[in-house]
Design a protein around this ligand. Structure first.
Ligand code: MD3
Ligand code: FE
Length: 225
């Protein structure tokens, strides 16, 4: 047997842990989605052909730098009258595309790793960042049941995620999210402030000049009675 240089490194270099706890009930699963990227992207293409990405208007009248769409029973929307979940895509005035099993199965598997067994999302928000696009610090408060976690999947270009505290002015931790990474945010961490720094220019081998982020949510009433 003639070991290659790669084999030697694989055997001797200490590997960073693939799972990292970043909050009391928040977990970063590096590369968790890598084995299923192909079916995910195929399903995503079908969804975006039905419900294209668009730059929504905030209640304050600014166009978001991130382009968004959704699938599942509910989709997150914003316009001059506010933020909310809607069963209908305002562009097509039709229901959002159904959530593919490839999405909900992956989200459920990731949530289970973080101790949230049986997670059944009814909404997937799709965010596209081109270089320069960002998301300012905010809390996710439009979902009905904060006992349900939010599960995120990052694809394409890297981004620096800001994980904050419970007040806007609290300090933030910077988390470098890569293609295939997933994060689960639940329980006591569910209402933390968070955001994304402007995405740096670059070309991802699979997705080109963009970062896609999918967040799986239970937006409607809780599945727990
Ligand atoms: C932490 N999206 O769509 S996902 C959003 O990368 C959003 O596109 C970011 O924030 C993105 O609302 C971050 C990760 C995320 C989502 C919800 C959270 C992190 C969270 C809720 C509480 C704490
Ligand atoms: Fe958010």
């Amino acid at each position: 047997m003639q070991p290659t240089t790669l084999d030697l490194f694989a055997d001797t270099e200490p590997q960073p842990p693939r799972t990292e706890q970043i909050g009391e009930q928040s977990w970063w699963l590096r590369g968790f989605a890598l084995p299923c990227v192909d079916p995910l992207l195929a399903a995503l293409d079908r969804i975006l052909s039905e419900a294209p990405l668009r730059h929504m208007m905030t209640p304050g009248g600014f166009s978001m730098s991130v382009a968004t769409s959704s699938c599942g029973a509910l989709g997150w929307i914003t316009d001059r009258s506010g933020y909310r979940y809607s069963p209908v895509d305002p562009l097509s005035q039709q229901p959002w595309p159904a959530m593919p099993a490839a999405f909900s199965d992956l989200a459920q598997a990731a949530a289970a790793e973080a101790g949230f067994a049986g997670f059944t999302p009814d909404s997937c928000l799709i965010n596209r960042y081109v270089p320069g696009a960002k998301m300012s610090l905010h809390q996710d408060k439009d979902e009905k049941d904060y006992a349900e976690p939010i599960v995120s999947l990052s694809l394409g270009l890297p981004a620096t995620f800001l994980f904050g505290g419970f007040a806007r002015a609290d300090g933030t931790r910077r988390i470098p999210l890569l293609h295939g990474d997933m994060v689960i945010w639940g329980g006591v961490d569910r209402l933390r402030y968070h955001g994304v720094l402007p995405v740096k220019p670059g070309l991802h081998p699979r997705l080109g000049e963009q970062r896609l982020n999918l967040t799986f949510r239970c937006a409607g009433s809780s599945r727990r009675i």
